[in-house]
Design a protein around this ligand. Structure first.
Ligand code: HEM
Length: 259
């Protein structure tokens, strides 16, 4: 799709975009800071994410209610739980793909596809199934479930809408918020609850309350701090702040693929 955009500037340009020959090499502007090295934290995050998914999803892939770590309370509960864990695992794995700058730069179509899978086969169904389990779920921290599940999905949908509108800096921001809520609740929450209860011998009510609040609120705050701190930097082909368009902006032609 060919579009006319008013002086978009590099800071709101998709790393994934198809570029015209004159735009093929992103140049560092004088005075611009060096790229933040992102490989080590990403590798660590990927290892944690894959290990987490392998551990949590296995009992639910047998589709045997006796294998569930949470005893089903009614006939549909097991289906909700297994569906929630499987789609949650899809969300964790697709998140890992989405975060790699290399994939965004070299294979934008794969980035778009895994983004759609994250939204439609991960975030939306997993959050809806978490809410469906609410009536029978463990009570401590249950307000956090009611808050985190919709926020996770809303942030993902807003991120997708912004990408459709080619507002990439905002797309990135909403997606980072969505990933932070998901990762904080799913991965850190699981770790906090289990370490608290089984290793540290913390009262289960307090451990679950902490698991359902500390993980996602903490990760969301860190994500917000990181987004602000890295604003304006080039993070692997995706720039991080929408540049203000000057009143005298000239119209340039960009070739941007359909998302
Ligand atoms: C905002 C996001 C999330 C919310 C609100 C949420 C909510 C819930 C709820 C209400 C339960 C049932 C707990 C009970 O019956 O007491 C549950 C269980 C579970 N959730 Fe999530 N969840 C979220 C994200 C995730 C993600 C991304 C994963 C990744 C796979 C995940 C994995 C699990 C697992 C494995 C269980 C069962 C625990 C076990 O087998 O020990 N959740 N979740």
């Amino acid at each position: 799709m060919t579009q006319h955009l008013d002086n978009p500037g590099p800071s709101d340009t998709p790393g994934a975009g198809t570029r015209t020959p004159t735009q093929s090499t992103p140049r560092r502007e004088p005075g611009r800071r060096k790229r933040v090295p992102s490989r080590l934290p990403l590798l660590l995050l990927s290892a944690i994410g894959v290990a987490f998914v392998v551990y949590v999803v296995r009992p639910y892939l047998t589709f045997d209610p006796a294998q569930a770590r949470i005893p089903p309370q009614h006939s549909l509960h097991y289906a909700f739980l297994a569906g929630h864990v499987i789609t949650g695992s899809v969300a964790v794995l697709t998140t890992l793909l989405q975060l790699w700058p290399w994939l965004r730069r070299k294979h934008p179509a794969a980035h778009r596809l895994s983004g759609r899978v994250y939204l439609l086969a991960g975030a939306i169904p997993s959050a809806l199934l978490a809410l469906a389990m609410y009536p029978v779920a463990f009570t401590p921290g249950s307000v956090a479930v009611l808050l985190a599940a919709p926020l996770w999905t809303i942030a993902a949908v807003l991120g997708w809408v912004r990408a459709r509108q080619h507002r990439y800096a905002e797309h990135r921001r909403w997606m980072v918020y969505s990933f932070a809520i998901m990762w904080g609740f799913g991965v850190w929450g699981f770790a906090i609850g289990n370490i608290g209860m089984h290793w540290l011998g913390v009262n289960p009510f307090i451990a679950v309350e902490a698991a359902r609040w500390v993980g996602w609120v903490g990760t969301l705050l860190i994500a917000h701090w990181w987004l602000e701190r890295s604003a304006g930097r080039n993070l692997g082909g995706v720039t991080t702040r929408a540049r203000k368009t000057p009143a005298t902006a000239t119209t340039v032609q960009l070739t941007v693929p359909d998302l």
